[in-house]
Design a protein around this ligand. Structure first.
Ligand code: GAR
Length: 209
């Protein structure tokens, strides 16, 4: 007997291209996860339009409606829990999340970042990579813990940095890899194939369900 698909909530603040790659993967009949809600802190985020276009609930939580960051995060957690979400995927969600959220979804929240972490966390990762002169950069999917773009690493993909790269050309090359590894990480999580041991995440070989 096959298990029901994993219920995924996606958090996104912007254009939502990673969300789209997740929605596209979830549309495949053999993919073991489904997005049940997309939540944004920005009313006009294109990510919300992408959710609506896919027939998925799109929810805007206005930070101005909340006294402080903790109150916003408590509301976020309760919206996700109300929908029985088994995994939260941060996909360009540009808010620092407090302990209320991190604890509620410990081991059940993923983030994607456009660098080979721990290099270049935070904003403008591609700009940071160019400024530093690295020859290789890439994308990282990691479990969320306290701290910006930190947490045990699930998957990474490297891309070359070309001598004539601009922030935009490098970002585009990295994005291709983001769209590949985020759905892959979700699939591994849904198949219960990720084991966290301290900072290390092991991918087990066989689907265990
Ligand atoms: C992506 O490149 C993602 O890795 C990055 O924001 C972009 C969102 O694009 N996230 C971070 O920098 C997190 N620190 P998208 O809205 O098209 O998915």
């Amino acid at each position: 007997m096959t298990s029901p698909p994993l219920r995924v909530g996606v958090l996104a603040s912007g254009r939502g291209s990673n969300l789209q790659s997740i929605l596209d993967a979830c549309a495949r009949p053999d993919f073991p996860a489904r997005v049940v809600v997309v939540i944004s802190d920005r009313e006009r985020a294109a990510a919300l339009d992408r959710a609506r276009a896919a027939g998925i609930e799109a929810l805007w939580l206005n930070p101005k409606d909340f006294e402080d960051r903790e109150a916003f995060d408590r509301a976020l957690v309760s919206e996700l829990e109300a929908r029985a979400v088994g995994l939260v995927c941060q996909a360009g969600f540009m808010r620092i999340l407090s302990l209320a959220y991190v604890r509620a979804f410990a081991g059940r929240a993923l983030n994607i970042h456009p660098s080979l972490l721990p290099a270049f966390p935070g904003l403008h990762a591609q700009r940071q990579a160019l400024a530093h002169g690295v020859k290789v950069s890439g994308a990282t999917v990691h479990f969320v813990e306290e701290g910006v773009d930190s947490g045990p690493i699930v998957l990474q993909a490297a891309v070359p940095v070309e001598p004539d790269d601009t922030e935009d050309t490098l970002a585009a090359r990295i994005l291709v890899q983001e769209h590949r590894i985020y759905p892959e990480a979700i699939r591994l999580f849904a198949e219960d194939r990720l084991k966290i041991d301290g900072r290390r995440v092991t991918v087990t070989g066989e689907a265990q369900r």
